[in-house]
Design a protein around this ligand. Structure first.
Ligand code: BGC
Length: 453
């Protein structure tokens, strides 16, 4: 495949970089509330200022231009556009994203917008129970429509959601993410409404002429621990419980059969009309990918990862054990560095979803280091990027997977959700006291990859 329709980019998310939490007419969102709740975020950090990108976006665009990326994936903060999540539009919010979009285009950088990266307007949580209610899906589609009409003349690449797995499992199952719910059934209800919100939104999108739309779901790869049929089945099912759960509905209009079988009444059902609406509702698929594990049906005798009960999704609903190769390198937050995993993952997605085009919408690694001098010598991250981008190119050029782009996570160190500012994923060091940005070794490594490709 030629390089013509392949784009190198970087990704960020509004809530992780913007700050200005009480400025520009923005309403509060669930992460504002969560991050100001004592005990929820490491070191008592809050997202109030983050990287102050709201005021420093021009400098950040310049840093991207110097890096040489041709694409930038960012998210819109719903509560900047609609402070209450519904009703009145905040023109200051529209103006901010207009300046950002125009600034990117002036530098030849194509904007890729994610409409939702976890920052639900707080009003919708308090009044509607957030994603546990179908009404939130309807409000989301209305918000999305405001964005299409405001930005769709210049933005032609859209994603409805970022990582619905995290919203469902971390937000409603484990409770370590906003809104902090702990339940065995709510993840499935939240996921159901998120899928329906995608469908309702795409219906509106297709009434206009605003380009292409997809979804950015995440998945770690699951490699069978052995060649035994039961381990192959365990790996396949684990992928279906992870990526398939949130992606099958928006491509096929159905949940994976294994989930229907295992979960019984705990898995909500789509009506025939909803199935029709959801089927074929993605023009492309986004893949956020960070790590790989071995999967097996029986508990492995060594190198177990996660709990004794099995792991890999909503733990007890999967009969899968995860393990690792002791030689794999590990990032600061314990994720394994396995570049071949992304190549296999891309092949899996491509095959399962009937050869829809794919973008790697996130991939990166965390190196915790608050000392600027040592942090900018991030050879570990530079190697990570070299390894993973090479594997993506192999998937494209050798395996024929129609992967159209790679967005490194992330442009600069930012508010890493429940881990606060400690877990740094950036190619640019952000000093959170002075807000000064300093490119790291990985920034220059990525710049060279882009130049050579
Ligand atoms: C999310 C990002 C996050 C990154 C690293 C992804 O799950 O989309 O917001 O910062 O992983 O944890």
């Amino acid at each position: 495949m030629s390089n013509e329709n392949f784009i190198w980019g970087v990704a960020t998310a509004a809530h992780q970089i913007e700050g200005a939490w009480l400025e520009g007419g923005k309403g509060l969102n669930t992460w504002d509330v969560f991050s100001h709740t004592p005990g929820k975020i490491a070191n008592g950090d809050t997202s109030a200022v983050a990287c102050d990108h709201y005021h420093r976006y021009e400098e950040d665009i310049e840093l991207m231009a110097q890096l040489g990326v041709k694409g930038y994936r960012f998210s819109i903060a719903w509560s900047r556009i609609l402070p209450q999540g519904k009703g009145a539009v905040n023109e200051e919010g529209i103006a901010f994203y207009n300046k950002l979009i125009d600034g990117l285009l002036a530098k030849g950088i194509t904007p890729f917008i994610t409409l939702y990266h976890w920052d639900l307007p707080a009003t919708l949580q308090f009044e509607n129970d957030g994603w546990l209610s179908y009404e939130t899906a309807e409000y989301f589609a209305e918000y999305a429509d405001v964005c299409f009409k405001a930005f769709g003349d210049r933005v032609k690449h859209w994603m409805t959601f970022n990582e619905n797995w995290c919203s469902a499992v971390l937000g409603h199952g484990i409770g370590c993410f906003a809104p902090g719910r702990v339940s065995r059934t709510e993840p499935y209800i939240a996921a159901h409404n998120l899928c329906l919100a995608h469908g309702l939104t795409v219906q509106k999108f297709r009434q206009g002429d605003w380009g292409v739309i997809g979804i950015a779901n995440n998945c770690d790869f699951r490699e069978p621990l052995t060649d035994k049929p039961e381990d192959k089945a365990a790996a396949q099912e684990a992928l279906e419980f992870f990526y398939g759960w949130l992606t099958d509905p928006v491509v096929f209009g159905e949940y994976p059969a294994i989930m229907v079988e295992r979960l019984g009444d705990r898995l909500p059902k789509f009506t025939p009309e909803q199935k029709e609406m959801l089927k074929g509702s993605c023009d492309f698929l986004g893949l956020n990918h960070y790590t790989t594990h071995f999967a097996s049906r029986e508990k492995p005798t060594a190198n177990l990862v996660g709990g004794d009960e099995g792991n890999g999704g909503i733990d007890e609903d999967q009969q899968v054990f995860l393990s690792r190769d002791p030689d794999w390198l590990q990032t600061s937050n314990g994720w394994f560095v396995v570049p071949w995993g992304i190549r296999k993952m891309l092949n899996w997605v491509y095959e399962r979803y009937n050869q829809l085009p794919i973008y790697v919408t996130e991939n990166g690694c965390c190196v915790a280091d608050n000392d600027e001098k040592s942090a900018i010598s991030d050879g570990f991250r530079a190697d990570f990027i070299r390894g993973y981008t090479e594997a993506v190119v192999q998937a494209r050029e050798e395996d024929g997977v129609d992967v159209r782009g790679y967005f490194g996570w992330t442009l600069m160190d930012n508010f890493e959700w429940a881990k606060g500012y400690e877990m740094r994923f950036g190619m640019i060091f952000c000093n959170f006291d002075t807000l000064e940005r300093t490119p790291k070794e990985s920034y220059y490594a990525y710049q060279e990859i882009i130049r050579n490709r």
